[in-house]
Design a protein around this ligand. Structure first.
Ligand SMILES: Cc1cc2nc3c(=O)[nH]c(=O)nc-3n(C[C@H](O)[C@H](O)[C@H](O)COP(=O)(O)OP(=O)(O)OC[C@H]3O[C@@H](n4cnc5c(N)ncnc54)[C@H](O)[C@@H]3O)c2cc1C
Length: 471
């Protein structure tokens, strides 16, 4: 299929001015309903603010549901070394005991999901990752938001943030035409920092040497596989399977026969809460997740890879003979785009040194996990055993803009630090922190950066967030 590509030397054209429907005012406006947006809306509402949450799709969850990124990565500081990286295991693991370093909204969500049979409790056996059901994930989020009094607007894509003297105004593109919503404070949880960029906040993209970002991946669910037969194959061929990665000989044979279009060196599976089902994370496309041209090419390329990998599983992998593709993501999963520059930029060294900060508002223990932007391979580097790193409030405060916070994968950090804090549990924790700061800012009528970190920490603790006890 041909893609409609950007013409050579494309120019910008001026559009006519337009009017919009006025959607009202709220104290806190959270844009983006992924893990960070959910954390932000719940945190702000629990801190007493009037909250509106707006999402471009007709459902919540972000990558967790739209891109079928189905396990929550570990948020525990495992005491022993383990294999890992974007993964959950099908087989018993070699993880040691670990302490959770994220709590608060994440634990509330998990508790409900597990009670609804929608997730598997994190434990040594699951490698502290949490396989979950994406449909139940959506439903539980709706219930929790409804219980917190958060108002929801779906099918609304934020295209602009305008700074007014006494409010931030966000423009949404909708089927009803343009709609604007005013807020005392906006929390940008778009993952891509769309609003921060629109408001003029500086940002970085990609690694310093060439600006390349981590690749995108189209994830898909495969059903009707025989887990016992597959586990038997792995048991009998230990050299073919390490952690969750493997099938090397089968891949080589399929490649030699010209049958397999696989951009990785191995196949990566995720367990799900359902027997007979796995989630596959093995497609890749190097490109920029905020370029409509790259996104289009990514969808087409990775659907071709999906078909090839599914054929390979059915044709060559024990346990998969009767398997079929249940579903692929509504869109390709985007790992990395804008990293908005804030009052502090968290570095890879901060992460690997397990650094502490006085203005800590969230914590992480997940390794540096960089999927090669232009080829096979993944860099995985762990923190010292049993430690975690702090995420300071300053990373949520975009430079040069007031009445705006960022949360989730677009906070202020370098390419290496981002590869750790991007995971969903940590995104939810930075979301909760940003929501609390936004609520306090709206209450006292001061910009977010004038809210004392100690006050944000007090409220976060009262909400059950996990912060170091020394603070
Ligand atoms: C392929 C892949 C595998 C991954 N594996 C794992 C894993 O196994 N475990 C893990 O924990 N993490 C994993 N991650 C990382 C994780 O999924 C993301 O980093 C995380 O979801 C970030 O959360 P977020 O809320 O910041 O952004 P997102 O999840 O991207 O959510 C952003 C939300 O904002 C909405 N939005 C975007 N722009 C606008 C706009 N302009 N207007 C209105 N709404 C908008 C989106 O629709 C979406 O709902 C993976 C990521 C990818 C891509």
């Amino acid at each position: 299929m041909n893609t409609f590509d950007k013409p050579e030397g494309a120019q910008r054209v001026r559009l006519p001015p337009r009017t919009a429907e006025y959607g009202g005012h709220t104290e806190v406006l959270v844009v983006g309903g992924g893990p960070a947006g959910f954390g932000a809306a719940m945190g702000a509402a629990a801190a007493g603010a009037e909250v509106v949450l707006v999402e471009r799709y007709g459902f919540l969850g972000g990558n967790a549901t739209a891109a079928l990124v189905m396990p929550l990565m570990s948020f525990h500081n495992e005491m022993r070394q383990a294999v890992g990286g974007d993964d959950t295991r099908l087989l018993p693991t070699d993880h040691g005991e670990g302490e959770p370093v994220v709590a608060g909204v994440l634990w509330m969500l998990l508790d409900r999901l597990v009670r609804n049979h929608g997730a598997i409790t994190p434990s040594k056996e699951t490698g502290y990752t949490v396989p979950f059901d994406p449909e139940l994930f959506k439903l539980v989020m709706y219930e929790m938001l409804a219980g917190s009094g958060v108002r929801l607007l779906l099918h609304a894509f934020a295209s602009d943030l305008i700074t007014l003297p006494d409010a931030s105004r966000v423009v949404f593109e909708t089927k009803s035409g343009p709609v604007v919503v005013d807020a005392d404070v906006v929390v940008d949880c778009t993952g891509d920092g769309d609003l921060a960029a629109s408001a003029g906040a500086p940002y970085e993209i990609g690694r310093p040497e060439d600006g390349l970002t981590q690749p995108m991946t189209l994830m898909f669910r495969v059903g009707n596989m025989d887990r016992a037969a597959f586990a038997g194959y792995v048991r009998d061929h230990p050299d073919q399977w390490k952690g969750v990665h493997g099938l090397w000989d089968l891949i080589r044979d399929a490649r030699d026969a010209g049958e397999l279009d696989l951009p990785r060196e191995d196949v990566l599976f995720f367990a799900t809460p359902h027997d007979g089902e796995v989630s596959v994370n093995s497609t890749r496309f190097g490109g920029l997740g905020i370029s409509v041209w790259d996104l289009t090419r990514a969808e087409l390329t990775m659907h071709r890879q999906l078909a090839s990998i599914a054929r390979f599983l059915r044709g060559r992998v024990p346990g998969f003979a009767s398997s079929y593709v249940i579903q692929s993501g509504v869109q390709v999963g985007v790992r990395e785009t804008r990293r908005v520059l804030g009052d502090y930029q968290l570095t890879g060294q901060d992460v690997l040194d397990a650094r502490s900060f006085d203005d800590v508002v969230a914590r992480g223990a997940y390794p540096v996990d960089i999927h090669n932007p232009n080829g096979p391979g993944t860099i995985l580097r762990r923190l010292p055993q049993g430690t975690s790193y702090d995420i300071p409030l300053r990373t949520l405060l975009p430079r040069d803009v007031d009445r705006l916070l960022v949360a989730g994968r677009c906070i202020s950090g370098d390419h290496v630090a981002h590869s750790s804090y991007r995971i969903m549990p940590i995104s939810m924790a930075t979301g909760q922190a940003a929501g609390v700061c936004a609520a306090l800012s709206a209450r006292v009528g001061k910009p977010p950066r004038e809210v004392a970190a100690a006050q944000v920490q007090r409220v976060l603790r009262a909400q059950g967030a996990s912060l170091p006890s020394a603070v």
